[in-house]
Write a protein that binds this ligand. Structure first.
Ligand code: ZN
Length: 174
């Protein structure tokens, strides 16, 4: 499967708000990871990859990889030591905008990303109000000085494992 790319296979992330071909390729990997999530009726399926400035893949994860409450971004972050100097120039690719509010754990992913020092976020899709109203992780991150680049041409791929959630509004733990 194309998901088993070797480190650096997609190239070096872009800079700032400018998206490059490598950014698109890494976001496609994140969308493929979203399809691996254990199904849920109460949370989105999301994939995330963290890539160093030189194109080295640092970590990847997907929603509920190890625990029913795991979000993709935190699952990837937890695999990297806090003091890894590559985090400071890293880009995180997430198929869905990082969450700004959540019920299940105290720190939402947008805050975890800022606290980790990651300097750039690329995403395919803004979080709808299915589980959390006004889940505006993009605004939180931009205010914290972390550019968030949205590539809507990947929104369909990001939504694919979430079709069952988008047809109805369900109450649940996000
Ligand atoms: Zn999250």
């Amino acid at each position: 499967m194309s998901i088993n790319r070797t480190a650096g296979a997609c190239g070096q992330p872009g800079r700032g708000h400018k998206a490059t071909a490598a950014d698109r390729a890494w976001l496609a990997v994140a969308c493929e990871l979203a399809a691996q999530c254990p199904p849920s009726t109460t949370a989105f399926s999301v994939g995330a990859v963290i890539v160093a400035i030189d194109g080295t893949e640092l970590a990847r994860s997907y929603s509920r990889e190890n625990d029913p409450h795991d979000h993709a971004e935190e699952g990837a972050l937890v695999k990297i030591p806090d003091d890894d100097p590559r985090l400071a120039n890293a880009t995180i690719y997430s198929s869905l905008e990082p969450c700004a509010k959540r019920a299940s754990r105290p720190r939402p992913c947008a805050q975890l990303i800022r606290d980790a020092g990651i300097h750039r976020v690329v995403t395919a899709w803004r979080e709808p109000d299915t589980f959390v109203l006004g889940a505006d992780g993009t605004e939180f991150l931009e205010k914290a000085g972390v550019p968030v680049i949205e590539l809507p041409e990947y929104a369909d791929a990001a939504k694919l494992p979430n079709q069952h959630l988008l047809k109805q509004n369900v109450d649940g733990d996000s």
